[in-house]
Ligand binder design. Structure first.
Ligand code: NI
Ligand code: MN
Length: 225
């Protein structure tokens, strides 16, 4: 499994030869100007919630690639009206895709579309690939629901928001890492805007002091599990 950071909460996940994008917010992110969405491959686009900073490039990439949008029922219905193929889910549901299973799990946040219309309830994803399992938390507060995840899934990586203000910050993300029983964390949803700027060294040191590994990738960089 190869995981590429495209800035903010945007990720590329490659499982064998299947390409998955998560929450593409690239053309509206000045920090991600080196990423050309025309070059991105996508068989699926996973969308955690309807906020602008998670959906802005979904339509263009889906139309360009023919990718299937996987999200909650309301978000999938929104994109189906634009002629995009979708796979609707809702909280607690799991579906077996060609690359592995995807469970849509709880997130504590909100989920309106940029025009204010209802975007369903926000979520995160637990992906069980053939060899590796990951949790993509989405925008969320720390929540006890995270403790449900390791009852069923042994995670290899937790992707957690760490920017604070709109989501968990560093200290809550450390507790979230305990809750999901995964000490290997990829941080996201930080530095994009003034409200969510973090001190990288402080963040890494706090994780290190709890015997945890916080990875912060440069935009365009990737890790392999
Ligand atoms: Ni949000
Ligand atoms: Mn967000």
């Amino acid at each position: 499994m190869k995981i590429t950071f495209y800035g903010h909460a945007s990720l590329g996940i490659q499982v064998d030869d299947v390409h998955i994008l998560v929450d593409p917010f690239i053309t509206a992110n000045p920090k991600a100007s080196a990423i050309d969405i025309e070059q991105l491959k996508a068989d699926y686009i996973l969308v955690t919630h309807a906020h602008q900073d998670h959906i802005v490039d979904v339509e263009a990439i889906a139309k360009h690639t023919g990718a299937v949008v996987v999200s909650n029922f309301e978000i999938v219905s929104h994109f189906e009206k634009l002629g995009i193929e979708g796979h609707p889910m809702n909280h607690g549901g799991t579906w077996d895709f060609e690359f592995g299973s995807v469970k849509y799990v709880n997130a504590i946040h909100t989920s309106s579309f940029p025009d204010g219309s209802y975007g369903g309830q926000p979520g995160g994803f637990v992906i069980e690939g053939e060899r590796k399992n990951i949790y993509i938390a989405g925008d969320t507060a720390l929540t006890y629901d995270m403790k449900l995840i390791p009852l069923q899934t042994k995670l290899d990586l937790a992707i957690l928001p760490i920017g604070d203000n709109f989501t968990m910050g560093i200290d809550d993300a450390i507790l979230a890492s305990d809750f999901v029983e995964c000490d290997k964390v990829l941080g996201y949803h930080y530095d994009t805007f003034g409200y969510i700027e973090i001190d990288h060294e402080v963040a890494k040191r706090k994780f290190f002091e709890k015997n945890k590994d916080l990875m912060l990738l440069e935009i365009g960089d990737f890790i392999e599990l």
